[in-house]
Design a protein around this ligand. Structure first.
Ligand SMILES: [Fe+2]
Length: 375
């Protein structure tokens, strides 16, 4: 055994303590106590691995001592000795759930030694397990922080490439969460939606700016390149366990309800719900903000468009949920977004993005370039 364990032995008869000490004292550090109170004090002052106690003692029974030892030394292994067949004590001890072994008196020295050896082995094993679990937990936390850092970096990178896209992703993320809430999704799903929303277009980092910012319609080749972005987004998110569902939402956020979307042509309920939600909030946001190829069409027209395509492009129940959160108009929606999310986003401050004004900057720049070209 890798360490010299401390064993507390408790018995009101000193002769019994001597006997136990003689059998175990060679291999372990023994601390004696003649009663429960004294035993508890020993436990407070010493890192005891094993408690061996007599059941029948004047002021506190062995079972009571073992129970009271729990808050002090929860991990210590507990062995109960009893000189007569006290069925109730046995049942109590087992029900208390923390007795490793019950040993009837008179005990055999070799058997006791073996029991103690096994008990301490299981004590060490438990300590080792606890340590491993602690290590694992801290590794998981580290990994989670790492992936949040990665997301922050990705969001910032996209922000740097195109302020319009980043502001858009932020709004899509928030509208998606509101739709999710309207559909009664659980906290965990909302988190995945939030992540999926912010990351859904991250793959556009790999799309050339000439295509991304093209003010006219795309050629078939350009469209093919553009259509790779959900898969690219999913690839960037990678295989991180905690992001698996968000990644699926991202991968499928251009699948249409009738199966005519991409990349996999999924239809109906086979499209992850999160992806169907992101599609609707994506479309709503795209229509209500300026785009390189056209100006915003406004809330009412956007709503009409979504209604028209409910059942073909969009999941009707998701469209209904969007209608319910936009009923009071765009200003009310923006107000709600500011109230519910504030400036904080998953703990990320997306630098320089104002979700209400992005797109305008790009549009202004585009107008300037057009004017310069015309002069
Ligand atoms: Fe997209």
């Amino acid at each position: 055994m890798s360490r010299r364990h401390k064993i507390l032995i408790v018995d009101d008869e000193v002769a019994n303590l001597r006997l136990l000490n003689r059998v175990l004292g060679k291999d372990y550090e023994i601390i004696e106590a003649t009663g429960g109170q004294e035993g508890l004090q020993v436990l407070k002052d010493n890192e005891v691995s094993l408690i061996i106690t007599d059941q029948r003692m004047p002021s506190m029974t062995g079972v009571q001592l073992l129970e009271q030892s729990l808050p002090v030394r929860p991990d210590a292994i507990k062995i109960l000795l009893t000189g007569y067949t006290d069925v109730q004590a046995l049942i109590d001890a087992i029900n208390a759930g923390h007795v490793y072994k019950y040993i009837p008196k008179p005990w055999d020295a070799d058997e006791l030694k073996l029991t103690v050896k096994r008990a301490l082995e299981s004590y060490e094993l438990k300590l080792q397990n606890d340590w491993l679990i602690k290590e694992l937990k801290s590794a998981m936390t580290e990994l989670e922080q790492l992936s949040m850092g990665t997301i922050r970096a990705l969001a910032d990178a996209l922000d740097a490439k195109c302020d319009y896209t980043a502001g858009h992703s932020l709004r899509v993320s928030r509208i998606s969460v509101l739709i999710g809430k309207a559909l009664g999704l659980q906290e965990e799903d909302l988190r995945d939606l939030e992540l999926g929303g912010i990351l859904h277009d991250i793959g556009k980092i790999g799309v050339p700016e000439s295509i991304l910012w093209k003010p006219s319609s795309l050629t078939p080749e350009e469209r093919d390149i553009m259509r790779e972005h959900p898969l690219k987004s999913a690839q960037i998110i990678g295989e991180l366990r905690g992001l698996r569902r968000a990644r699926d939402y991202v991968k499928h956020h251009h699948e249409f309800f009738d199966g005519t979307g991409y990349p996999d042509g999924l239809a109906g309920d086979t499209i992850p719900l999160g992806a169907r939600i992101i599609l609707v909030s994506d479309a709503y946001d795209a229509m209500t903000t300026d785009r390189p190829y056209r100006e915003a069409i406004g809330h009412q027209k956007a709503i009409n468009e979504l209604k028209n395509k409910a059942g073909s492009q969009f999941d009707p129940k998701v469209v209904d949920a969007l209608l319910s959160i936009t009923e009071a108009g765009v200003d009310a929606l923006n107000k709600r977004i500011m109230e519910e999310f504030g400036d904080n986003f998953l703990g990320l401050g997306l630098t320089g993005i104002d979700a209400r004004t992005t797109g305008k900057k790009y549009r202004a720049e585009l107008n300037r370039k057009t004017r310069v070209a015309a002069d």
